[in-house]
Design a protein around this ligand. Structure first.
Ligand code: 13P
Ligand code: SF4
Length: 317
């Protein structure tokens, strides 16, 4: 009983906050965008929900001058690099990406010195400074195409060693020079957890994000970005899926496919940084116009070149 009362109080509180955010959005003429890993209630109030690439493109397309970016710092930073005329707000200042912090410009410069003339492909989960030192960026949905588009046999890939190794296996003709970065969320899942989940749901297909290590990917029926998983789950005839990525994806998949079932293979599949953004912080962000993410002009111009190069390799839609 106590639990039920608590639940309905929580629901009322979230509804009141959602209303407040809608009013603030209208009065500020702002849009709220959210990554697929965000909390369900944050996804619900967002105008656009998507993967890293979709969100970068969406910010450029929207007319609104104020964008509240519910995600982590590198995502808001990327939005700001591509849209210097817009105010990009990150509701929680501390929401970062541990993988992005695993390489510094000093380390990247040293790597470039070790392999002169070798092009650098930089996963968007990186700082603006690292992007500025790279030749071209990529996301998990286009990494393969981007690396394949380069003439050079040797390619430096930073910072995700798992995504880099996945590309290496797909493109054996290339020689990928890896960096030791990784996503702690995708890295801490055990192979046994996947095998157990498969045993519990024998008819389910296993979809995995390429940020997972090979020992998990070897069991996957599908490997792709979060938006890739959405497409796969919709089109595939299977009715059940084990989801090898952050927990927030389950909500997104269930919304899109109400007749299909989605299972999370591990209770550890949570990105603490993505979960920092709550409705309270989104309302605070719109009310006080915080926390604006900006990049110095010098770094911005160089980082934009790497992002523009990525966009130029892709189809326009
Ligand atoms: P995508 O949504 O682009 O697949 O990226 C996943 C991720 O880890 C973002 O931090
Ligand atoms: Fe970074 Fe991993 Fe969280 Fe994505 S899921 S933001 S890569 S820590």
């Amino acid at each position: 009983m106590q639990k039920q009362i608590q639940k309905s109080e929580d629901k009322k509180y979230l509804e009141a906050l959602s209303q407040k955010i809608i009013q603030l959005k209208n009065s500020r003429k702002a849009v709220v965008i959210a990554h697929n890993y965000e909390r369900p209630e944050v996804q619900q109030i967002a105008d656009i929900v998507g993967d890293s690439l979709e969100l970068s493109r969406a910010v450029t397309r929207v007319k609104a001058k104020i964008v509240v970016f519910c995600g982590v710092h590198f995502m808001a930073e990327t939005a700001s690099i591509l849209n210097p005329g817009k105010t990009i707000l990150l509701p929680v200042k501390e929401a970062g990406c541990p993988m992005a912090d695993m390489i510094t410009t000093k380390e990247l410069k040293a790597l470039k010195n070790k392999y002169p003339k070798v092009p650098v492909v930089c996963y968007v989960n990186s700082s603006a400074e690292v992007k500025a030192e790279s030749d071209v960026c990529c996301t998990s949905s286009n990494a393969l195409e981007i690396v394949n588009s380069l003439k050079s046999k040797q390619v430096i890939f930073v910072p995700d060693k798992n995504l880099g190794s996945y590309i290496q296996r797909k493109l054996p003709e290339k020689q990928i020079i890896l960096w030791e970065g990784f996503c702690p969320t995708h890295m801490r899942i055990k192979e046994e957890e996947i095998l157990l989940s498969k045993k519990e749901h024998p008819k389910a297909k296993f979809m995995a994000h390429p940020e997972c290590p090979q020992k998990l990917l070897q069991h996957a029926d599908y490997i792709g970005s979060t938006s890739g998983m959405l497409k796969y789950a919709k089109q595939d005839e299977a009715k059940e899926f084990i989801v090898g990525t952050e927990l927030g994806m389950i909500y997104r998949l269930e919304m899109d496919n109400p007749k299909k079932k989605f299972y999370c293979p591990s209770e550890h599949f949570i990105c603490a940084d993505m979960k920092l953004t709550t409705l309270g912080w989104v309302a605070h962000s719109l009310e006080d116009m915080v926390f604006e993410v900006k990049v110095s002009d010098l770094i911005r111009k160089k980082a934009k070149k790497s992002l523009d190069k990525m966009m130029s390799v892709l189809p326009k839609n």
